[in-house]
Ligand binder design. Structure first.
Ligand SMILES: CC[C@@H](C(=O)O)C(=O)SCCNC(=O)CCNC(=O)[C@H](O)C(C)(C)COP(=O)(O)OP(=O)(O)OC[C@H]1O[C@@H](n2cnc3c(N)ncnc32)[C@H](O)[C@@H]1OP(=O)(O)O
Ligand SMILES: [Co+2]
Length: 147
């Protein structure tokens, strides 16, 4: 497998609204996307852009709030009530090849590839098999696709 771009860093939060205010007012973020619900993934999402090189998109901050009490991030927030860094997401060219790679290494892939917030296939690898970091792998969006 070839490691691709760091697409986003997932930050779990009990309040998207409060986190958006923090990124705008404390961190000086100038591009905050409209929040949206992703019930299939159990989260409400808001992307904050960091600037990339030569005007291109940089790594994004992905703010995630539980969609309801059954959300996969409810347990994380129970342990970290103020929220915190939840996952790192790297792009790959071929999601199925990447899944086979991690499985071949004996890492626990959490479920089947599914459509993520950028509209491409994603999967997660268990943090205990990834040096303590919950790792999201996502297929690189096609050129010109919405971010
Ligand atoms: C917006 C959509 C999408 C995108 O396109 O970008 C997303 O990003 S959705 C993001 C939310 N979805 C997910 O996280 C799905 C994958 N996650 C899971 O399946 C679970 O969260 C989990 C990783 C299996 C953890 O399950 P949980 O039941 O909450 O915790 P456990 O108690 O079983 O944890 C076991 C162990 O792992 C430690 N842990 C848990 N979460 C993390 C984390 N985010 N980072 C680092 N470590 C984590 C936890 O502390 C336990 O450790 P010990 O206490 O030492 O046993
Ligand atoms: Co993510």
């Amino acid at each position: 497998m070839k490691l691709g771009r760091l697409n986003h860093i997932g930050i779990a939060t009990p309040s998207l609204e409060a986190s958006i205010a923090y990124y705008r007012e404390v961190m000086g973020a100038t591009k905050v996307h409209a929040p949206f619900d992703l019930p299939a993934q159990g989260v409400k999402v808001c992307f904050v852009d960091t600037p990339g090189e030569n005007g291109s998109a940089g790594t994004q901050i992905e703010l995630i709030e539980p969609y309801d009490e059954t959300s996969t991030i409810t347990g994380f927030l129970a342990k970290n009530p103020a929220g915190g860094q939840h996952h790192m997401c790297y792009e790959v060219a071929d999601i199925h090849e990447a899944k086979a790679w991690f499985e071949g290494l004996g890492c626990r892939v959490l479920g089947e590839p599914r459509i993520g917030a950028h509209g491409t296939l994603i999967f997660f690898v268990h943090p205990k098999d990834m040096n303590g970091v919950l790792t999201e792998i996502m297929e690189t969006p096609k050129e010109g696709a919405a971010h």
